[in-house]
Design a protein around this ligand. Structure first.
Ligand code: FES
Length: 122
């Protein structure tokens, strides 16, 4: 196994994502708790600074597991992760393997690569 790793999830907590100033009605702590607790073994959560897609906050990027990456899978951008249910859908996908290994849950809607994302500033 050696370098085999599960998906790595990047949860944006920059100038907008995770802030009540940008999204006052979102329970950011509850969303973060789901991502922090429910990703399953082998996955890793990292909190990152602004990913330059603030209009689509809260942004979560799911990096493929090592094996999937080697097979061509690319990081998946999940936008508007603004409810516990949506965070649970991300966690479910990650537990099942994430990009390249499992289809994303239908409730996540469109999951894009960075190339397909409309990048914006705050
Ligand atoms: S703060 Fe998350 S994309 Fe800018």
């Amino acid at each position: 196994m050696g370098d085999e790793r599960g998906p790595r999830v990047r949860m944006c907590r920059g100038c907008c994502c995770g802030t009540r100033a940008k999204l006052p009605d979102v329970d950011h702590d509850a969303v973060a708790a789901v991502l922090g607790n429910d990703l399953g073994p082998g996955a890793e959560l990292r909190v990152v600074d602004c990913l330059w897609a603030c209009d689509l906050a809260n942004v979560v990027v799911v990096n493929p597991a090592t094996a999937a990456r080697a097979s061509g899978a690319r990081p998946a951008w999940v936008t508007e992760v603004n409810t516990v249910d949506r965070a649970r859908a991300v966690a479910d996908w990650v537990r099942r393997g994430g990009p390249g290994l499992a289809e994303p849950p239908a409730e996540l809607g469109e999951v894009r690569t960075a190339a397909g994302l409309r990048r914006t500033t705050a």
